[in-house]
Design a binder for this molecule. Structure first.
Ligand SMILES: Cc1cc2nc3c(=O)[nH]c(=O)nc-3n(C[C@H](O)[C@H](O)[C@H](O)COP(=O)(O)OP(=O)(O)OC[C@H]3O[C@@H](n4cnc5c(N)ncnc54)[C@H](O)[C@@H]3O)c2cc1C
Length: 454
């Protein structure tokens, strides 16, 4: 029976392994860490439930709900409270509610009259068709205006990538946005057409997608998938090299020795790829992978007595553009999103610091970092007392930045897959950085490899 080795027990690797096993294909998952789940980590302590990494899973594809059902987790799934949809963007050093409808932007205080006029003019701005790769900053300034960039897109980019809009590639980091211009000549016209197309494909727009988690946090999903693997999950087992095997397949080299597999799927991370030695008949130089930026991010989860927070914190959370001059990138109102995140009479807030905007903040000593975060929350949300709960997690290399030029990295992946048969790459460094993208990537690679081995 042919076997598959998967490098990485994050959500991508676990999803791929789960579905390959269901096809009756033997799988072994190797992870350098001592636990499964990758960046997903939920901590229950003192009645609070802190999400150290991702907070919500956006259900952008039917494949996500299918995985939840197949893993037997439908009854443990929690959807966000529809009342908790309100999002805030900070303007004038206070959180301002984002309009509930797209037309509401015209009456909102978030943008000046000039920016609103840029929106009206957008369908008449000619599409750029010279093939030059732009940053999201260049793209937004060209199609809308600088205020849109500084007030809205900068905040959004901090929330998704912890990235720098002047570096992130519109083509790779926001492919749907670029596709709207390419296909429809305008973002607004494209949005209208896109809504019709999504009806046909059953895909859901990101801003409309259901947001979900589980009763004991997102980690329920990887923990459940890992349990299905039993002793085919090898933790504390970094894969250092892959050596092509005579007759097909690979020797997977770990500190424990070498094991033969017919197919290898890398679901690790872009920065670890540069350390992976791939010895195949044609030489493969993985050092080029080292160029992908991964700024550090710290998540600071703080619990307060409800009466010590002036703001109602009802809603999803607030995003903060750089121009406002705060330390944090944004805050999620965690206890408003899902039940049972904080004891009665308390609220739980998850803030992020670092990213491309201020990488030095992420690795500050915990006490200093918490003090800075509380300072920001005091001004923005009216915090009146010290937290009664705290949980700080540093991700030294958090999210790969799909910056201008990322195409070179993706081309390298394609070239290696072409040169090295039975070696595949999947996950957040290839097919989108969100949890949902990673799940879909895991499902798709399991189908591709399943077909190959059939
Ligand atoms: C702080 C933070 C907040 C986020 N918030 C959200 C959010 O709210 N919503 C959302 O949709 N997304 C969010 N994301 C993004 C999302 O969580 C990730 O993109 C997704 O979980 C990535 O899953 P993955 O399996 O591809 O990679 P990872 O989770 O990074 O897992 C990769 C695994 O591979 C292992 N590995 C790597 N190389 C090797 C090797 N050579 N040998 C053995 N093991 C190896 C690593 O140890 C790791 O366990 C967030 C990310 C971070 C960091």
């Amino acid at each position: 029976m042919k076997s598959v080795a998967i490098i990485g027990a994050g959500i991508t690797g676990l999803t791929a392994a789960f579905y390959l096993k269901r096809q009756g294909i033997p799988v072994v998952v190797y992870d350098a860490a001592g636990r499964a789940g990758g960046v997903i980590q939920s901590v229950r302590r003192d009645g609070f439930l802190a999400e150290c990494g991702p907070n919500t899973l956006l259900e952008t594809s039917p494949k996500i709900a299918q995985l939840i059902r197949d893993a037997g987790l439908a009854s443990r799934r929690l959807d966000t409270d529809p009342k908790a949809e309100a999002r805030y963007v900070v303007r004038g050093r206070r959180p301002v509610a984002m309009p509930a409808s797209q037309l509401g932007i015209f009456t909102s205080q978030l943008l000046s009259a000039r920016a609103k006029f840029a929106l009206v003019r957008e369908p008449f701005v000619p599409a750029r068709r010279d093939g030059v790769e732009e940053s999201i900053a260049e793209f937004v300034t060209r199609r809308l205006n600088r205020e849109f960039l500084e007030r809205m897109v900068d905040a959004l980019v901090a929330g998704i990538y912890a990235g720098d809009p002047a570096r992130l590639s519109v083509q790779h980091a926001f492919p749907r946005l670029k596709a709207l211009e390419d296909k429809h000549g305008s973002l607004i016209r494209g949005q209208i057409a896109g809504a019709r197309e999504r009806k046909k494909t059953r895909e859901v727009a990101r801003d409309r997608a259901p947001k979900l988690s589980f009763d004991e946090g997102l980690e329920v999903l990887p923990t459940t998938l890992a349990a299905h693997l039993g002793d085919s999950l090898k933790l504390n087992t970094p894969v250092g090299a892959l050596i092509v095997r005579r007759g097909g397949g690979w020797h997977v080299i770990t500190p424990e020795g070498q094991v033969g597999h017919d197919v290898v799927i890398d679901c690790g991370s872009a920065d670890k790829l540069k350390e992976l030695k791939i010895e195949a008949p044609a030489s493969i130089d993985t050092r080029e992978f080292g160029e992908v930026r991964h700024p550090p991010v710290a998540s600071v989860v703080l619990g307060f007595r409800r009466e010590d927070v002036a703001h109602p914190c009802a809603g999803f959370g607030m995003l903060i553009p750089r121009i406002e001059g705060f330390n944090i990138l944004g805050t999620i109102f965690s206890s408003s999103l899902f039940p049972n995140r904080a004891p009665a009479g308390h609220c739980l807030l998850t803030s992020y610091a670092g990213g491309e905007r201020s990488p030095e903040l992420a690795s500050l000593p915990t006490k200093e970092l918490v003090k800075l975060v509380i300072g920001d929350l005091r001004e923005l949300l009216g915090i009146r007392a010290e937290p009664v709960f705290q949980n700080v997690t540093l991700y030294p290399r958090a999210i790969p930045q799909y910056n201008v030029g990322y195409g070179k990295f993706k081309t390298l992946l394609d070239a290696i897959e072409a040169k090295a048969p039975a070696l595949f790459f999947a996950g957040h460094y290839r097919e989108g950085v969100s949890l949902g993208d990673s799940i879909v990537s895991g499902v798709n690679i399991s189908e591709r490899v399943g077909k190959l081995l059939a």
